[in-house]
Design a protein around this ligand. Structure first.
Ligand code: TYM
Length: 331
């Protein structure tokens, strides 16, 4: 059986990178797989979150999933902390994964920065919790943006080592699903850094709840270069900001980078930005509106998450029972 699991951290505003790298792809999988989509609030607290804001951001993330097209009837939608198995399995995986594996994780290095001693222990073992999220449901496929690839390799290693150490075939070896254009959206201020919730500059990202004026302003201010557009996209080599804007344009308009370049050949980024603004507003406005509508009804969102957690628990509990047995926990 093929089962999909994926999630996003409610640690700030959901942005265009999350939409193009993840949410949009989750939607298309709902007809062919049993899908589980999680708001990973336990991951979010690896960096301190204001408690009241975490509640609001968890609801906002759920609204973003639904507004992007996740159907809570077809798929399971819940927040991580409601299913105790995530923490329980993560502990077992803390004892399976090797410190050397965690030391190689580039996301930890980026997030912890220079002062690693001051990072939370949770941030360090974060990939083990992510492996637990996926394997708790015996998920086989994980749709993510490119930045999560290394974590999924660790998930495969953890599954393999658990199966080996405990002489079982309980855990599947998961396959990442990383979909073409949109898998790596960069900051609007620096084309070499990924678009991220934690970037202190609001102008670095397009949030899913930005209104049309804000979107237009952010695109107008996006960093570019003074060169004109070439006829072919591979001639954009060495121009990271230009590549990023053309990539976003292509991903949102379902056209190739070459087609966009051809349309603007010999023109400057002022023209590209006008066209791009139209496409961004056109695609995001319905999502923004739907998110705003959903967020007026906390009771509705909470009931969706509660119901999802119940369905998630029903899948997770027998798996946890098998884990306890395999490890030798007396029950
Ligand atoms: P998070 O919250 O950083 O991002 C959620 C999803 O959005 C994708 N994404 C991007 N895609 C393209 N360009 C970008 N600039 C960009 N920024 C983010 C991410 O790749 C991700 O798919 N560790 C995960 C959350 C997680 C998870 C899991 C994912 C926890 N447990 C289990 C899958 C399965 C994270 O921090 O994603």
């Amino acid at each position: 059986m093929n089962r999909v699991f994926s999630g996003a951290q409610p640690s700030g505003n959901m942005h265009l990178g999350n939409y193009l790298g993840a949410f949009r792809n989750w939607v298309g999988l709902q007809d062919d797989y049993e899908c589980i989509y999680c708001v990973v609030d336990m991951h979010a607290i690896t960096v301190w979150q204001d408690p009241a804001e975490l509640v609001a951001q968890t609801r906002e993330a759920a609204a973003a999933y639904i507004a992007s097209g996740v159907d809570p009837e077809k798929s399971i939608l819940f927040n991580q902390s409601q299913v105790a198995g995530h923490a329980e399995l993560a502990w077992v995986f803390n004892c399976v994964a090797r410190i050397g594996w965690l030391n190689r994780m580039t996301q930890f290095k980026d997030k912890a920065g220079k002062n690693r001693e001051k990072a939370s222990a949770g941030l360090y073992v974060y990939p083990n919790l992510m492996a637990a999220d996926i394997l708790l449901y015996l998920a086989t496929h994980v749709p993510v943006g490119e930045d999560q690839k290394q974590h999924l390799e660790l998930t495969r290693d953890v599954a393999q080592k658990f199966n080996h150490d405990y002489d079982t075939e309980l855990f599947p070896i998961v396959e990442p699903i990383i979909m073409g254009e949109g898998a790596r959206i960069m900051s609007l201020r620096d084309g070499t850094k990924k678009m991220s919730k934690s970037d202190p500059s609001e102008y670095s990202r397009i949030n899913l709840n930005d209104d049309a004026d804000t979107l237009a302003q952010k695109i107008r201010k996006a960093k570019t270069d003074p060169e004109l557009l070439p006829a072919k996209a591979d001639e954009l080599e060495g121009r990271p900001e230009a590549q990023n804007l053309i990539g976003i344009y292509a991903a949102l308009s379902a056209r190739s980078r070459d087609e966009i370049c051809l349309e603007y050949e010999g023109k400057g980024f002022g023209d590209v930005k006008k066209g791009l603004t139209e496409v961004v507003v056109d695609k995001l406005a319905p999502i923004t509106e739907e998110m705003a509508r959903l967020q007026k009804d906390n009771a509705y969102i909470d009931s969706i998450l509660r119901d999802g957690a119940e369905r998630a628990r029903a899948i997770a509990e027998p798996v946890m029972a098998d884990v306890r047995k395999a490890v030798g926990f007396l029950s």
